[in-house]
Design a protein around this ligand. Structure first.
Ligand SMILES: [Zn+2]
Length: 454
């Protein structure tokens, strides 16, 4: 860590200093594709090293391939995090070169590698301390925000310990029993309710217990935007929340609204806070090879990062980190069947491939109409026939749309390529160069000046 930190200061100064930060994230002019850095200037927060608040953003499944596509998809400037790229991260787990989200998250929350599927425990099943729990023990307030169920692998690794990520009922029980998380926002109401109320808990009503423990419980966007307490449990869907493409059909808050609400609640605490925000469904879009879902959920994720940057600019003891846990799908710009590179056409896609597949009739005679309605793409007869004969309708639709957009995929699973790491604010130098996923929580602990014992 130390050697990296020293190298880090040098290259951060080069990287960040060369770009010429301006205040105000939204107002900052877009550098444009291939824009050259102009005036060298001091890095933000130069000379200030105190970190009270950490906001760790995990865009699940996001690699450099997503970033290059998003750079072209985005219409007004480059991705905001491009200006504070600090390094690249290796992601392998103990038992596989290709990690899953549980092992990746455990490394990012505890500093210890484990086997795929394990949540907050080492390969022998021993419980590990997480950075969230260490922050809680140091008197900080803590929060987890996700668009999956809040008991899904990535949020779970920060505040629970189970041998299998599938044990979401147990993860929910640990959240409530241990009480180390002050703000929990996401989907997954069913994992908190008893079977007698249609939930998955055999007997306990964790919603009632949370209220008894002082949590304000909210279930929709309006309720979230009017919260007042210092502990909040927000469960906005029975299972996962909606993909961004379909969120307007629901009463769910956006990821940016959840992030803003979490920051408002957590920043009431004088001792600072730790918040993890996951863009959960970028990964699901990758598994589905659904380029439009991936890009629209990345845009929603970026809005959440902008929300946090606004806070950090008013509260300069705030460190923001953005790092995917692994790549999903091996997304690239360009592919075998690409019809050019026209990522921008994905703005005209208004539904996920899953949704389109559900609109296709059983004899599959309306494929052309459905695809045209939700994508503005007029399929050729040959393309239509390929989709018609496929065993996985939504995957075939998504791959065809990706070909039109010039987006390539190498897998429907995770891949082992490195992911970019972005850090903004004091001690962002700790995240520089080629790092490993286990370095993330150790660097956060160092920035906070607290210990993480594993
Ligand atoms: Zn993941």
């Amino acid at each position: 860590m130390l050697k990296k930190a020293i190298l880090g200061v040098l290259s951060t100064a080069l990287l960040v200093g060369g770009i010429g930060f301006s205040s105000g994230w939204v107002a900052a002019g877009p550098p444009g594709h291939g824009g050259k850095p102009d005036q060298p200037g001091p890095p933000p927060h130069a000379g200030k090293n105190k970190v009270e608040n950490v906001i760790l953003f995990i865009p699940d499944g996001y690699s450099a391939g997503y970033n290059v596509n998003y750079r072209h998809y985005k219409e007004d400037g480059d991705p905001v995090w491009d200006e504070f790229l600090t390094g690249m991260m290796t992601t392998h787990s103990t038992n596989d070169r290709i990690t899953d989200s549980a092992a990746a998250g455990t490394a990012m929350s505890t500093g210890v590698k484990t086997n795929n599927g394990a949540v907050g425990v080492d390969p022998d099943g021993e419980k590990l301390e997480t950075i969230l729990q260490a922050a809680h023990d140091a008197g900080k307030s803590t929060g987890l925000v996700a668009t999956s169920t809040i008991t899904h692998a990535t949020p779970a690794v920060f505040a629970s310990h189970v041998s299998s990520r599938n044990e979401q009922e147990e993860i929910a029980r640990q959240y409530i029993d241990e009480g180390s998380v002050d703000v929990l926002l996401g989907g997954g109401m069913d994992y908190f309710l008893p079977e007698s109320e249609g939930g998955r808990q055999r007997e306990r009503d964790l919603i009632q217990e949370a209220m008894d423990n002082g949590y304000q419980v909210v279930e929709n966007r309006d309720e979230l935007l009017s919260i007042e307490g210092d502990k909040v449990l927000g469960l906005f869907a029975n299972d996962a929340m909606a993909p961004e493409l379909h969120r307007e059909e629901t009463e769910e808050p956006s990821l940016a609204e959840m992030t803003g609400a979490a920051i408002d609640v957590l920043s009431q605490e004088d001792e600072g806070f730790f918040l993890m925000v996951e863009g959960s469904q970028i990964d699901w879009a990758g598994h589905a090879n659904d380029a439009a879902w991936a890009m629209s959920d990345t845009a929603a994720f970026e809005e959440a990062v902008i929300e946090a940057l606004g806070f950090a600019d008013q509260n300069d003891e705030t460190l923001i980190i953005v790092a995917g846990d692994h790549d999903t799908g091996g997304m690239s710009l360009g592919g075998y069947n690409s019809k050019g590179t026209d990522v921008e056409i994905l703005h005209r896609v208004t539904a996920t491939g899953d949704y389109m597949a559900q609109q296709i009739n059983s004899d599959r005679t309306n494929i052309q109409e459905v695809v045209e309605e939700y994508t503005s793409i007029t399929l050729s007869d040959e393309e239509t026939e390929v989709i018609k004969q496929s065993t996985n309708l939504s995957l075939a639709i998504n791959q065809t749309i990706s070909d039109y957009a010039g987006v390539g995929w190498s897998s429907t699973n995770h891949t082992g390529v490195g992911v970019p790491v972005y850090a903004y604010g004091p001690r962002s130098d700790l995240f520089t160069g080629l790092i490993d996923n286990t370095d993330i929580p150790l660097a956060i602990a160092e920035a906070y000046r607290i210990s993480l014992e594993n």
